[in-house]
Design a protein around this ligand. Structure first.
Ligand SMILES: [Zn+2]
Length: 525
């Protein structure tokens, strides 16, 4: 069966946005979609009422000097690139993968083994490794799989500066998306009757810590647990038994192949694709040149209003966060996918927003569809651009992501800021330490209350401590310093000046278990 072109412009609807100031939106009066011609390219760009990219200069009043700390040795991550040749059997819901990994040892020490994270192998046995080969075709049998960790022991150490090429050949059995929090929220690797989601679907080289070595977090039922170095991805996905009209939602540069596509995505944390024969697509672009594409499921009962609102929200959020965090979005296209699973999920260049929020949308901005869309888009900064250990330090992405929702409302719907605080935070009377790990929790609500909701309160208190100019200058310094890396609490708090760090003591004492964050690093060996 023929797979239709991914290139989306043939079926584009473009949303004409509100004229005039975005500070005075008319949320109940959504614009009429315009059918456009099939001409691809920038002529589809809209006059979005959103800010253009501003230079990454700190705001006035900020102290640009970072806090000197007793820091750990700099982690020099191996340089990693992936090339995948994958064949999805649409009817069987299986994938056969031939994965090549190139890894240059830039750690400064010999590597005797390489560890991969197998996130897809957490709650169910979905991964069957058939063989491991060197680039020269030498079969390696000295490997172990322990849940979500694959350890490949090398026949001889990979010396500093050396280049290793490995080939992993494996099959995947994609699980059916199930209801309930335990499994449902993991539907980013799963299938429904109309969607196949391939997120966290192939072995990813673990994060290399200069003291602790390879870090491959154990899976847990709460939150995310990944810690991922940046890498380059080149993925060819072919589909057998594909229905007519199959479309792939995926980030990066896309080219059509026989029965599939090739995706090239540099400098990302992973590569994720969602495939469906029922996708419809809306697209727009921001003044800074980023293209935002929304892949949604048509539903005659609700029309286009919810998809259009999600698209506009995503584009507005992207433009705002580029400006607020002074860090451009690097992947060119941002893909937003209506997911057949709860809540939402962030990946590099692609985010899922649950169909639940589309169906439940009340036609007003102060609703879950807006919150979750803006939240997931913000993870392009707080997860994808600036990485962190999502298991041990979840507040470094989730507190900043939920606070980014507030920034979105401040900018576009200031009349709903109080609603946001009451609905999103106050209604849950949250408590708990913001710097808790996911492993401290065994049900989602206390985790969200502590890390997300108290996290939002902590960031607001820090903003009150520092003032707007210094607060945003701090976030911008942190983003600029840790872009492309894996940040720690030391990096986050260390981006404050000494005076600012001292001025935030009371707030840290109120919200954190480890009040003297920066002092901790002095205790490390
Ligand atoms: Zn989040």
């Amino acid at each position: 069966m023929r797979v239709h072109r991914l290139v989306v412009f043939l079926c584009l609807l473009v949303v004409a946005l509100l004229a005039g100031s975005a500070c005075q939106p008319e949320p109940l009066s959504l614009p009429t979609p315009i059918h456009v011609s099939a001409t691809p390219g920038r002529d589809l760009a809209l006059e979005l009422p959103i800010p253009s990219r501003e230079p990454a200069t700190p705001l006035p009043g900020a102290t640009p000097t970072p806090q000197p700390t007793e820091s750990e040795p700099a982690a020099v991550q191996p340089e990693i690139s992936y090339r995948l040749d994958a064949e999805l059997d649409w009817l069987a819901r299986t994938v056969a993968v031939d994965q090549q990994v190139e890894l240059r040892n830039t750690t400064g020490v010999p590597l005797r083994e390489v560890v991969f994270a197998l996130d897809m192998n957490g709650s169910e046995e979905t991964f069957r490794l058939k063989r491991v080969l060197t680039g020269a075709g030498l079969r390696l049998d000295n490997y172990t799989i322990d849940g979500t960790q694959l350890t490949v022991r090398l026949p001889q150490p990979l010396l500093p500066g050396g280049l290793l090429s490995l080939q992993l050949v494996f099959d995947l059995a994609i699980p059916q998306i199930r209801a309930g929090y335990r499994y449902g929220h993991m539907g980013y690797f799963g299938y429904s009757d109309r969607q196949v989601n391939l997120g966290n679907w192939f072995p990813l080289v673990a994060y290399y810590h200069p003291i602790r070595g390879w870090i491959c977090p154990q899976p847990h039922t709460i939150g995310e647990q990944s810690v991922r170095p940046v890498a380059d991805f080149d993925v060819t996905l072919r589909v057998t038994g594909a229905p007519e009209g199959l479309k792939a939602a995926a980030p990066g540069r896309v080219t059509e192949e026989v029965d599939g596509w090739r995706f090239v995505l540099p400098r990302a944390r992973e590569f994720t694709v969602s495939v469906s024969d029922r996708f419809e697509i809306l697209s727009t672009s921001t003044a800074s040149g980023a293209v935002v594409e929304l892949y949604y499921f048509p539903d005659s009962d609700r029309g286009l209003a919810a998809p259009r609102h999600a698209l506009v929200t995503a584009a507005q959020a992207l433009a705002l966060f580029e400006q607020r965090f002074a860090l451009p979005y690097v992947h060119g296209r941002l893909i937003v996918v209506e997911g057949d699973f709860p809540d939402g999920m962030e990946f590099s260049g692609l985010v899922f927003v649950s169909g639940d929020w589309f169906r439940a949308w009340l036609g007003i901005p102060n609703d879950w569809l807006t919150l979750i869309t803006a939240h997931e888009v913000s993870h392009q900064w707080w997860y994808s651009a600036v990485g962190n250990d999502q298991g041990t330090d979840p507040y470094l992405d989730e507190a900043l992501a939920i606070y980014s929702e507030l920034l979105f409302f401040e900018r576009y719907y200031p009349e709903h800021v109080n609603w946001w605080w009451n609905f999103r935070v106050g209604a849950y009377s949250p408590s708990g330490f913001v710097d808790a790990s996911v492993y401290d929790f065994h049900s989602p609500r206390p985790y969200i209350n502590a890390v997300y909701l108290q996290g939002a309160r902590m960031l607001q208190a820090l903003r009150d401590d520092l003032g707007d100019a210094a607060f945003f200058a701090w976030l911008q310094r942190y983003a600029a310093q840790m872009h492309g890396q894996v940040a720690t609490p030391d990096d986050f708090w260390g981006a404050l000046s000494s005076d600012e760090y001292a001025a935030t003591f009371e707030t840290r004492a109120r919200f954190l278990r480890n009040v003297n964050v920066l002092a901790r690093s002095a205790d490390l060996p």
